[in-house]
Design a protein around this ligand. Structure first.
Ligand SMILES: Nc1ncnc2c1ncn2[C@@H]1O[C@H](COP(=O)(O)OP(=O)(O)OP(=O)(O)O)[C@@H](O)[C@H]1O
Ligand SMILES: N[C@@H](CCO)C(=O)O
Length: 321
């Protein structure tokens, strides 16, 4: 479970004294999530999420994330709304960590998304991309090409210890992506980690998108590629073209994609697969055996990468060639 930092009832009461959200009634640690410590805090006025930022989120990035959530929430994007204290502040220090309170979003995340849920998330991602236009803070994607190269370097010989030949595969894929990565597609604010565990559903609709801590400025179509990987493969690793078609049609009904964006999808999907293959491989070797959370399987993303490497036509993503 991921409650890395224990907050006492007194510490919570002291924090809440600065807000207009009533006195605390209860506080429960949330088991899900691996990056930060999250508590469900109930006050006299309702439910809130208290997040304590652990080491993986850089403190310097927090104003970007908070500013973005404020901006998106003002445009009715179903994201956590940062709660401002009486002085207008969102960020506080609690137990030696940066901490913030957010609105609690109702809904349940799914493990195996249905076609209807892929349709719903496609439209919501497009709305998010449109809503992000005009947000004037910037955060570079530290997990794009240069970041992948750093991760590959850091993995070193561990790659081949994971699977014979993985090092060579990573090197040739990086060389391919370096030579072909597009730089002239529409860009903007992307979520960059919109996996099923970061989307909440209520009565078939998306009621919440959470965990914006990889959000950054990058190609909008790269975010689409991340979602194709995260939402459209089955547990047996097969690609579900019906889900892909539903997701893409729904996205394009809200924000039409240019021809250049659709043509770039196979390369972007390769990059997106490599990104999660590398971070999962990194975590595989850097997670202590007695850690709270088990690292996720890099193998899943190696298979996804291989699928996209074999794609010959956009029709394999359910798009007209
Ligand atoms: N605003 C919110 N409303 C409702 N539930 C939330 C909210 N924020 C977080 N949660 C709950 O807390 C859990 C962990 O949140 P989150 O995914 O942001 O944590 P994390 O540690 O950054 O995780 P990750 O491993 O996905 O990076 C979620 O799965 C969800 O159950
Ligand atoms: N979504 C990431 C985990 C960290 O956000 C993964 O599945 O590898």
């Amino acid at each position: 479970m991921a409650v890395y930092t224990e907050v006492t009832a007194e510490e919570l009461a002291d924090l809440l004294a600065g807000y207009d959200i009533g006195r605390p009634v209860s506080m429960k640690g949330i088991a899900e999530g691996v990056e930060n410590t999250n508590y469900l805090v109930t006050t006299e006025q309702g439910d809130f999420i208290l997040t304590l930022y652990e080491k993986r989120v850089a403190c310097g990035d927090l104003p970007f994330f908070i500013g973005l959530l404020d901006y998106l929430a003002a445009q009715s994007v179903p994201c956590p709304v940062p709660i401002h204290d009486r002085a207008g502040q969102v960020l506080h220090t609690l137990c030696d960590r940066s901490a913030a309170l957010f609105s609690f979003l109702p809904g349940i995340s799914v493990r195996r998304p249905s076609v209807a849920q892929c349709t719903a998330v496609g439209a919501e991602l497009a709305k998010l991309h449109l809503a992000g236009r005009g947000f004037d803070m910037r955060r570079e994607n530290d997990l794009s090409l240069a970041g992948w190269e750093r991760l590959r370097e850091d993995l070193g010989d561990h790659a081949d210890a994971l699977w014979e030949g993985l090092g060579e595969l990573l090197d040739s894929e990086l060389a391919f992506l370096r030579a072909h990565w597009p730089d002239d597609l529409p860009d903007g604010v992307i979520h960059a980690d919109l996996f099923p565990d970061n989307v909440l559903f209520l009565d078939g609709d998306v009621s919440g998108m959470i965990d914006f801590y990889f959000a950054c400025n990058d190609l909008l179509a790269y975010d689409i590629a991340i979602c194709l990987n995260a939402w459209c493969f089955e547990v047996d690793h097969s690609f579900n073209i019906t889900k892909a078609r539903a997701f893409l049609e729904s996205y394009r009904s809200v924000r039409p994609m240019s021809a250049a964006e659709t043509e770039a999808l196979p390369i972007l999907a390769r990059g997106a697969a490599l990104r999660f293959l590398l971070t999962r491989a990194y975590d595989w070797f850097h997670t202590a055996p007695d850690a709270y959370v088990r690292p996720k399987s890099p193998d899943e993303y190696l298979r996804k990468l291989r699928f996209h490497q074999r794609v010959k036509s956009l029709s394999e993503y359910g798009l007209a060639p």
